[in-house]
Design a binder for this molecule. Structure first.
Ligand code: SOE
Length: 410
């Protein structure tokens, strides 16, 4: 590490007080799991990173007055609204952050963009390709007016993954051969776990596919720097009837079940293979039925010159194998991605003082603010979200042909 020179030590700090930065009023729709996570991002980003604009938590919106007021109080929002149209219309809101189920993304995002607001929208961008297309068109019209529209693929903001992309883009893996991606959770293993909105196609669009598969499709393409050109899939709904909800649905599981049952209309698991534009082969597995796996997002990328591996449950680490090293000493080694030179780490703790899940939302907030202030092209954009939506649709189309699986001779 470079030592501080005497001159630097004596120099006055160049710190610019946050209060002097122009503000960016945020209005957030939704206050459950993602609402809480995004609130952390908006609350913290300006206290950690030096930002050109200071995010202000202007208003939070939800349909239930009591619940949304409690959320405003808990998460630090100045006002609570029960009508998202009224929230969009507020003069103190310049950016609308959408953390609702997928069935309302398109309507809210398009209305916000047409009202001149910037938009951040949770993933998957929408429930259908048609909705995602309409949103992307609205984003393009808004971009011409200087507005920003971004989609919340927050795992791109894990420093180890941002860094993995850099290593791949620099050619450290050479020509890519394989991308292997799995995202495993287990909160639906119990058949008595109730029918929350995430299990209803009309609200969620799809199941593990859109919820978890969207992340790994995005990450595979983001890391590889290229797009999928075709997929082949199987999917399954293992538990087709579940008890209805007896109370409000907050996070994932752990909510009260009623006596009555209803039909699950989305997949519990989706497995698919694919081919990237370069010819590299990719495989994906998204499931909420992997007992013991809580939030296990894993990736491995193999190229001619080496391999990278990542596990979200150890998110400060990246495994790297340099295949150009002598075989006698080569092998996977662990890079601790906590150095100030690593992406996002310049503003955090001393080396080795690890980060966690919530930091991805803080980094996301940082990037949204900078994109708006700098007038830079948004990344990940609505067009990126639309492209992932098209992959999800292709997976669904392929999985619907399960009946034409090539039979294995008995
Ligand atoms: C639920 O499966 C979920 O919260 C996803 O919706 C998120 O996108 C993922 O980050 C964690 O799991």
């Amino acid at each position: 590490r470079r030592e501080e020179t005497e001159q630097e030590a004596a120099a006055p700090p160049t710190y610019r007080p946050m209060a002097s930065a122009p503000t960016l009023g945020v209005g957030m729709v939704g206050y459950a799991f993602m609402g809480a996570a995004h609130s952390q991002g908006w609350r913290t980003a300006g206290h950690v990173f030096e930002l050109p604009m200071r995010p202000v938590l202007a208003a939070i919106c939800g349909r239930d007055r009591t619940a949304v007021e409690a959320a405003a109080d808990r998460h630090g929002w100045a006002a609570a609204e029960t009508d998202w149209r009224a929230m969009i219309a507020r003069d103190d809101v310049q950016l609308v952050d959408i953390c609702t189920p997928g069935d309302s993304h398109a309507e809210i995002a398009i209305a916000a963009l047409e009202a001149g607001k910037h938009v951040l929208c949770e993933k998957p961008l929408a429930n259908t390709v048609a909705e995602a297309e309409a949103m992307t068109e609205a984003a393009a019209r808004a971009a011409a007016r200087g507005q920003v529209a971004m989609v919340g693929f927050n795992y791109r903001k894990v420093p180890a993954l941002t860094y993995a992309r850099k290593l791949i883009a620099e050619g450290r893996l050479g020509t890519l051969r394989h991308v292997r991606a799995t995202y495993l959770q287990d909160w639906l293993v119990d058949p008595a776990s109730p029918l929350t909105w995430r299990l209803e196609k009309e609200h969620a669009g799809s199941g593990a596919l859109g919820d978890l598969g969207a992340h790994i499709v995005d990450l595979a393409q983001y890391l590889a720097g290229e797009l999928l050109v075709g997929v082949s899939a199987v999917s399954e709904t293992f538990v087709r009837e579940r008890p209805l909800l007896a109370g409000p649905s907050g996070g994932l599981g752990g909510v009260a079940a009623a006596e009555e049952y209803g039909t699950v209309t989305v997949d519990d698991a989706a497995l698919f293979t694919g081919r990237l534009a370069s010819g590299a082969l990719a495989s994906f597995e998204a499931t909420r039925m992997a007992a013991g796996r809580k939030n296990a997002l894993r990736l491995e990328i193999n190229g001619e010159l080496g391999s990278l591996a990542f596990d979200l449950e150890r998110l400060n680490e990246l495994s790297f194998h340099d295949h150009t090293e002598p075989a006698t000493t080569a092998g996977f080694r662990r890079i601790l991605v906590t150095e100030p030179e690593h992406p996002y780490l310049e503003a955090w703790w001393p080396p080795g003082h690890a980060l966690g899940y919530e930091h991805t939302f803080i980094h996301q907030a940082r990037d949204v603010v900078r994109t708006i202030a700098e007038g830079a092209p948004p990344v990940p954009s609505f067009a990126d979200g639309l492209q992932v939506q098209r992959v999800l649709a292709a997976v669904e189309e392929s999985a619907a042909k399960n009946s034409v699986l090539t039979p294995v001779q008995l």
